[in-house]
Design a protein around this ligand. Structure first.
Ligand SMILES: [Zn+2]
Length: 270
């Protein structure tokens, strides 16, 4: 468990187990004592043998129990740190910070909402013209973007297909209004991964929707192509409103539809 997560645990211990020391993310004797008080009150929820676990493992188990008590699924109470616990700890931190339950991700396909009449994959050429020959316009972004692969470079706007300009501008305005500049940076949404790219799909020979400049990648380093919702940052609950802004305009997240390529959102229906 890293320091950030230990701080989350200490906040829980302050509420639940009389921990009155500083929230410093350091696993000292007072933290251990508070973990033991919290676990003693929940002995029935621990598996057999948990009394022989190390102090560190018992601390992780304690955080897992706290997640469950806040209705956040941390998986089995095993005291082991894995992706599910990591995700849950993050959700718990968000909950303690805002005092609200995070909005869960949606397992079902988002509603079939397509107000701009975006084409399906087979109709992309008819709707947007030949790949790599599209007329592009730069949409200014209301928050400061930086190139994900070279963060020293800032980007003033997104150069996209002229047909998606107005819709994209609405999405960016709404997102900015909802989160604000500081929160957008915290969420990594200033890490711009690109729009126009004259290339084929990474998996296959057909053209990527990037070849029409109707797809945008966000924070690729934390949302790698093959990652599912257990790892991709953009799958986390705090991005629910982000995705709603796109989906309100009919844009499609590959992550939310197919659980891969979470960085990618496109004005093409699937
Ligand atoms: Zn992409």
């Amino acid at each position: 468990m890293n320091r950030t997560n230990l701080r989350v645990l200490q906040r829980v211990l302050a509420q639940e187990a009389g921990y009155a020391d500083s929230i410093d993310g350091i696993h000292g004797p007072r933290t251990t004592a508070a973990v033991e008080r919290m676990l003693a009150a929940r002995a029935a929820s621990l598996p057999d043998g948990a009394d022989r676990w190390s102090a560190r493992r018992r601390a992780v188990a304690c955080l897992q129990l706290a997640c469950h008590e806040h209705e956040i699924d941390a998986g089995a109470i095993d005291g082991l740190w894995g992706p599910q616990t990591d995700f849950a700890a993050d959700a718990l931190a968000e909950r303690l910070r805002t005092g609200e339950a995070p909005v869960p991700w949606r397992e079902e396909t988002p509603a079939d909402h397509n107000p701009n009449g975006w084409p399906a994959e087979e109709g992309v050429q008819a709707a947007f013209g030949a790949p790599c020959e599209v007329s592009r316009v730069t949409v200014p972004c209301p928050w400061r973007l930086q190139l994900a692969w070279d963060m020293r470079q800032s980007v003033s706007g997104i150069s996209c297909h002229e047909r998606v300009v107005e819709s994209l501008a609405r999405v960016l305005q709404r997102v900015h209004g909802l989160y604000g500049e500081a929160r957008l940076r915290e969420l990594g949404l200033h890490r711009y991964g690109g729009c126009y790219n004259c290339r084929r799909k990474r998996r296959g020979t057909t053209w990527s929707t990037h070849a029409w400049a109707v797809a945008i990648d966000w924070d690729p380093a934390h949302n790698r192509l093959a990652w599912g919702r257990d790892r991709a940052r953009l799958a986390r609950p705090e991005y629910e409103d982000w995705w709603r802004c796109w989906e309100a305009e009919g844009w499609v997240s590959l992550g939310r539809h197919r659980n891969f390529d979470w960085m990618h959102v496109q004005a093409v229906r699937i």
